[in-house]
Design a protein around this ligand. Structure first.
Ligand code: SF4
Ligand code: SF4
Length: 248
């Protein structure tokens, strides 16, 4: 499988302005929301799922940042990649006060979280639970016993989001909108396929592959998880992150 290179990302973030504008336009169909839970940001402990064009939005944002800020965020993504699912983490854009550091460009998954019906939300949790169990079994085959409370941790269904206006915004309408956003990826089918098949649409996995190459990224992850689980050591993790600079 052909991987995605830093050169392609540079070229596409420059060329994809109109696609990114279209995503933004589709987001406008969502109603305004307000969070009223006691711990804002509690739902940001994982990276959001995203389409390829939504990933390009993030790359374009990162590329425009001053070098120091950009490097710090790249390290945040690598920290997530290397330690998940052995240690609790969070999206690198989550600020200390629980706010989102990329609010205008947060993906559909973040925008719609808390808008799905209870039954739909539970169904999504069930699906992700099965995926997490499979992950625990995979690491066990590598001789590593992940801490179950972290590896299969779930976020509670959110019923604390206030949706203003359009009360009739249904699961069906959310799916329709998600599908329209997903269809924008059709403009770059090759990159979309590589993002989905090669990185499971995981922004942190793509970032790690850009920094270290895919094989080394996975071997680094294996070594860091082993250190954490078997020695409770961060030495290698710190060394790896200290040397990193943004690859684009
Ligand atoms: S989406 Fe829900 S859980 Fe997340 S911050 Fe808003 S109210 Fe809290
Ligand atoms: S993009 Fe923002 S809302 Fe979404 S997970 Fe990250 S911090 Fe949370």
């Amino acid at each position: 499988m052909l991987l995605i290179s830093a050169e392609e990302i540079r070229a596409q973030t420059d060329a994809a302005n109109s696609l990114i504008n279209k995503v933004q336009k589709l987001y406008e169909a969502l109603p305004e929301t307000r969070c009223r839970c006691e711990r804002p940001g509690q739902c940001c402990i994982f990276l959001p799922q995203m389409t390829w064009i939504e990933a390009l939005q993030w790359f374009r944002h990162l590329r425009a940042l001053p070098p120091g800020e950009k490097d710090n965020l790249v390290r945040g993504f690598l920290l997530f990649f290397l330690t998940n699912p052995a240690r609790p983490g969070h999206c690198p854009f989550l600020a200390d006060d629980g706010s989102c550091g990329i609010y205008e460009l947060r993906p559909f998954a973040c925008r719609a979280y808390g808008m799905w019906s209870y039954s739909c939300g539970r169904q999504q949790t069930e699906q992700s639970r099965e995926g997490k169990k499979a992950l625990v079994a995979m690491w066990r085959r590598y001789g590593i016993e992940l801490p179950e409370d972290v590896a299969v941790h779930e976020i509670d269904y959110c019923d604390k989001m206030i949706v203003r206006g359009q009360k009739s915004f249904t699961d069906a309408r959310l799916m329709e909108l998600l599908s329209e956003i997903y269809q924008l990826d059709d403009a770059q089918p090759d990159l979309q396929k590589r993002f989905e098949d090669g990185y499971q649409s995981d922004f942190s996995a793509l970032m790690a592959s850009l920094v270290w190459g895919p094989r080394k990224a996975n071997l680094n992850k294996y070594a860091v998880i082993k250190d954490i689980v078997q020695k409770d050591s961060d030495v290698r993790l710190k060394k790896l992150l200290a040397r990193v600079t943004a690859p684009f």
